[in-house]
Ligand binder design. Structure first.
Ligand SMILES: *Cc1c(COP(=O)(O)O)cnc(C)c1O
Length: 366
């Protein structure tokens, strides 16, 4: 059986450093807001090429904290609008809603699955304050036109980098392409903790400092609370784990690209479409999506062949009960992606032989 993704194999590949890091934290007697957090934050900011990194409890909170910070700064007001891709992970949308802002769903491009810059302007109103590109599946959104529109309409650009740690767009790391960025370190992400974790990354000192206060019950100094914040901090154990894993993020992303190349070169079947990749460094293949009009039959066939696949995502956000006010939107590209997408097994620990088995099975599907 070829599993979609085996976290145990990932953890094993980082031993004994992972256990050593955890033991160091246990013995330190300090578990929240300490040296491990500070060390990881400065390393990760440097990795992204940004000035500031603020650890948070998870990726969705990182998004919420960015938008809470912009409201404290008076740049956004409750009810203002944020343009998001309609085919994102629902956490992107909930993260905006929970900050009291209104997500406006924008169609993606069929060939990249990222927000379609040509559709963004149709979504802009007098209440629009930000564009929130998501680098979905590990592929950078087309940032140049997005930044040009943001510049023209005086909008903030907030990146959702939960799936694209280490991706590079025109020489700059994802997470350093807009005004502020939200990362998730959910265990299965390209940089994953052993539990929940996230971060705000930005060059904006005010956003960084407000995100830190707002994520710590709104405190500016110990026992001083100018804001009504939330509790969302990266703990010492997760920070120590992330420091270990960050050291091999680039190597692991390179292995993901190698596997993606094997898939793209090896799979030949007219019943499915593969991702087209021109700029390899812009893609870190958090997910390897293929598309087929007979997706459900293909998935059942692969399961029978002992190959586990997943669907990212089976139901588009606007068809979820949580977002029923969006249900009548006409989003044909979004709906087609959700109907046809299938994620092949992909992790840096997969062997060439396992990749070959997946390719052979796909080439025999009829
Ligand atoms: C995983 C993910 C999130 C949410 O991250 P959490 O850490 O689980 O809160 C947000 N956006 C995208 C695109 C994601 O993939």
């Amino acid at each position: 059986m070829i599993k979609y993704f085996e976290l145990q194999r990932v953890s094993d590949s980082f031993e004994p450093e992972l256990s050593e890091a955890i033991n160091r934290v246990i013995k330190s007697g300090w578990y929240i807001q300490g040296n491990e957090n500070a060390k990881f934050e400065s390393r990760f900011a440097e990795y992204c090429g940004a000035k500031y990194c603020v650890g948070t409890g998870n990726g969705m909170d990182a998004l919420t904290l960015i938008f809470m910070a912009y409201q404290q700064l008076g740049i956004m007001q409750p009810g203002d609008e944020v343009i998001v891709p309609a085919n994102t992970c629902i956490a992107t949308i909930i993260g905006v809603l929970r900050a009291g802002l209104k997500p406006i769903l924008c169609e993606p491009c069929w060939d990249t699955c990222n927000i379609n810059p040509e559709k963004i302007e149709e979504c802009i109103t007098s209440r629009t304050r930000a564009i929130l590109p998501v680098h979905l599946y590990g592929r950078c959104a087309d940032m140049d036109p997005i930044l040009a529109i943001a510049h023209r309409y005086h909008l903030k650009v907030v990146e959702d980098v939960a799936q694209a740690h280490g991706a590079v767009y025109k020489g700059k790391h994802a997470g350093h392409l807009g005004d502020a960025a939200a990362f998730s370190f959910y265990p299965s992400k390209n940089l994953g903790a052993l539990g929940d974790g996230g971060a705000v990354v930005t060059d904006d000192e005010e956003v960084a400092s407000l995100a830190r206060s707002l994520g710590n019950y709104g405190s500016s100094a110990k026992y001083i609370h100018p804001y009504q914040g939330i509790n969302s901090r990266l703990d010492e154990l997760q920070a120590a784990v992330l420091s270990v894993k960050l050291s091999r993020l680039d190597a692991n992303n390179e292995r993901r690209r190698t596997i993606a190349r094997l898939y793209i070169d090896g799979i030949h079947n007219s019943l499915l479409t593969l991702p087209q990749v021109d700029e390899w460094e812009q893609h870190v293949f958090h997910i390897f999506p293929i598309f087929s009009p007979v997706r459900d039959r293909l998935q059942a066939y692969l399961t029978e062949m002992g190959i586990q696949t997943l669907i990212h995502y089976p139901i588009p956000p606007h068809k979820q009960g949580a977002l029923s006010e969006y249900s009548s939107l006409d989003l044909p590209v979004t709906e087609r992606i959700h109907r046809e997408v299938l994620s092949l097994p992909l992790s840096p620990q997969m062997s060439d032989e396992e990749v070959g088995q997946v390719i052979a099975a796909l080439n025999r599907f009829e």
